[in-house]
Design a protein around this ligand. Structure first.
Ligand SMILES: Nc1ncnc2c1ncn2[C@@H]1O[C@H](COP(=O)(O)OP(=O)(O)OP(=O)(O)O)[C@@H](O)[C@H]1O
Length: 204
């Protein structure tokens, strides 16, 4: 369903990886490992169409993602390294705002429920500026419960999370995979998922 074919990544003067190949089917996860600066975020940015590969192709349901455009993006949920939250808005407002940008209607109750599951009950109306780093990360990850997307691309989703929140994220990803979703993620932490997990290492 998601296929990377002979991908090359060049950043500045450096070639970060060459001839990278993988295939992910429904219910499968790709864990991208590598040291700092090895090209994990660069690979994820390629997979979501933000950075073109120096060579190679990325196909979704056997068509190039470049050709699919919005059709691909409608099936994609990308949680990048920067959290993309507006500091002046509350957690609730941030989620409603980001859902409106995707044209997916969401009720305030659904947002409260997602924030509650993310461990933010009672913090729904605080401005994001007043939240801790881990709480901000939880707001960003609450999108996983609201946006109905097949492919999740998650860059360091466990950063700043405590053990309990990390376990919650693992459960949410497991559920997504058992529902037939696909996930690609990076993390420097140990992570055990129940489904099929492919691991690739980028960098030398
Ligand atoms: N726009 C750019 N121009 C030049 N070099 C870049 C650019 N973006 C990233 N790089 C370089 O590419 C390399 C890989 O960066 P990337 O963010 O993909 O690494 P990473 O594996 O995700 O690292 P980390 O574990 O620290 O998050 C780094 O050396 C970085 O400086």
């Amino acid at each position: 369903m998601l296929e990377a074919i002979n991908l090359d990544c060049v950043r500045g003067e450096r070639r970060l990886f060459h001839n990278l190949n993988f295939q992910l089917k429904a219910g499968e996860c790709l864990l991208v490992r590598g040291e700092n600066g090895s090209g994990k975020t660069s690979l994820l940015r390629m997979l979501v169409g933000l950075t073109p590969p120096a060579a190679g192709a990325i196909d979704w349901r056997s068509s190039p993602i470049k050709k699919l455009g919005d059709e691909y993006r409608r099936e994609l949920l990308y949680c990048g390294h920067p959290l993309g939250l507006k500091d002046d808005l509350s957690a609730t407002e941030n989620l409603i705002f980001s859902m409106a940008l995707t044209d997916e209607l969401v009720t305030q109750d659904a947002v409260y429920e997602a924030l509650g599951k993310a461990g933010l009950q009672g913090r729904e109306h605080l401005s994001v500026r007043a939240l801790s780093q881990g709480q901000k990360r939880r707001v960003n990850l609450a999108r996983l419960l609201l946006q109905k997307r097949t492919l999740w691309v998650l860059d360091e989703p466990l950063t700043a999370l405590d053990a309990q929140a990390s376990q919650w994220v693992v459960r949410v990803i497991d559920q997504h995979l058992s529902d037939g979703g696909i996930a690609v993620l990076t993390t420097h932490q140990d992570l055990t998922l129940a489904g099929t997990v492919h691991v690739i290492r980028v960098g030398v």
